[in-house]
Design a protein. Structure first.
Lengths: 225, 225
DNA sequence: GCAAATATAATAGTATTACTATCATTTTGA
DNA sequence: TCAAAATGATAGTAATACTATTATATTTGC
């Protein structure tokens, strides 16, 4: 596997861990294997016990890094959006047209990394899949306000903010950039899931990028319409 | 409270219960109090033990109606979409314009019932709130294919199907009615939640119906654009 | 009105989950 | 190299998500 960008350190709010997992070998092992395990089992069936067994460490050691499996999920998703912001910056750096930049931003959310790509030792391909199925569970619960104070959604907000500024460039009078973008990003993830499990709730096409095209169109029509 | 439409019986797939809860007093009590309790505690903190204590029945009795709390949630959400389809039919019955029918359909998803309205003894106001925060948990998990076979999503699919036919009337060439509608329905629920808990992810306005208007616009632009 | 069928209550029990606590051992870094 | 910190090993707890059994109501069909 390619361990790209070895000097990169993705910022995650310090409310999302007890000990920075990237500060130790065990921490990195926890991250790597939790991504694997959540991808395979889904978040509900994933437990620290199983993770501990897989990595040969006791549960208690994992709890020193993350106070709960919910905190770990928040960490992973926040890391994902931090990584996505890096990709975004690189992707649109030298593009002058805000329209093209917006299109690239939307395409980015739906594009997955190479299966073998490791960033900070994280299999980003699997983390993308986790984000599709599990990310909303970080906020759709009664502890959302607490998680919010702990900074769980800062990276996502920042990503949305950055793209919303592109919309402002295209049409400074457009009033709903955040609303449009979260509709697109969350909708895009959902359509991927529906395409695999609930096809009657979507309109799956043969082309691999039909979802991207749909949402790019939607964005243009809403912003300019 | 008004117990409206006493002769109405909302159809829910028989894979979503062990004993039809509306066939007995205990069953109805389970439904009523589970709606109350899930609204208050959220799905994660809701348990059959707590429900049993609240209604003065042992856990085991609840398990005879629903094999798991997940099945109960599927039942409630399915019931909700069954009820929404009834509302939809009534709401658009005599409207000839498909454009107006579509607008009413979108508005319906975002409109909540009167706080005191009981349908089949269910506090539909609270069930609406549950749908906003919990409905995606019925499918975003590893058991989705099983739940799907049990008919968990039939009522939702049927609702989406019915509205997508209206889109077909407006523009028979439009290729993505289901995709557009699930984007709108799920997005609409999310924006309500963001407005309350994560305002940076939406664009809250003072008017009570800004979400409805946003999505009605989005629909028109996408369908005709 | 009564027996049979069915539903419910009462109670107990199990494996697992989501943690916390304690103490010994290993690793580390100044 | 010595102290501090991290990790491992082990134990324990309250709660969760169920299943099982038997006794007691309640309903129903005749």
């Amino acid at each position: 596997m390619d361990n790209l960008l070895p000097n990169l350190k993705i910022k995650v709010s310090d409310g999302l861990y007890q000990i920075d997992p990237f500060s130790s070998k065990l921490g990195k092992t926890i991250i790597f294997h939790s991504v694997e395990m959540i991808t395979e089992l889904g978040f509900e069936k994933f437990t620290f016990k199983k993770l501990g067994d897989a990595i040969g460490s006791p549960e208690a050691s994992i709890y020193r890094y993350f106070k709960s499996k919910n905190q770990l999920l928040c960490y992973l998703i926040s890391w994902y959006w931090g990584w996505m912001e890096c990709r975004l910056i690189l992707e649109i750096a030298n593009i002058s047209s805000p329209i093209v930049r917006l299109e690239k931003s939307i395409a980015l959310v739906l594009s997955n990394a190479n299966e073998n790509l490791l960033i900070e030792g994280v299999e980003v391909y699997k983390l993308h899949q986790i984000t599709i199925s599990e990310s909303i569970k970080t906020y759709l619960n009664k502890d959302v306000d607490t998680s919010n104070k702990e900074g769980a959604f800062l990276n996502y907000k920042q990503f949305v903010e950055r793209v919303s500024k592109i919309i402002n460039e295209i049409n400074p009078k457009y009033k709903y950039p955040q609303m449009l973008l979260t509709t697109i990003f969350e909708g895009a993830h959902l359509q991927v899931f529906f395409g695999e499990h609930l096809p009657r709730l979507t309109n799956k096409q043969n082309t691999p990028d039909y979802i991207t095209k749909f949402y790019i169109n939607l964005a243009h029509q809403s912003i300019n319409g």
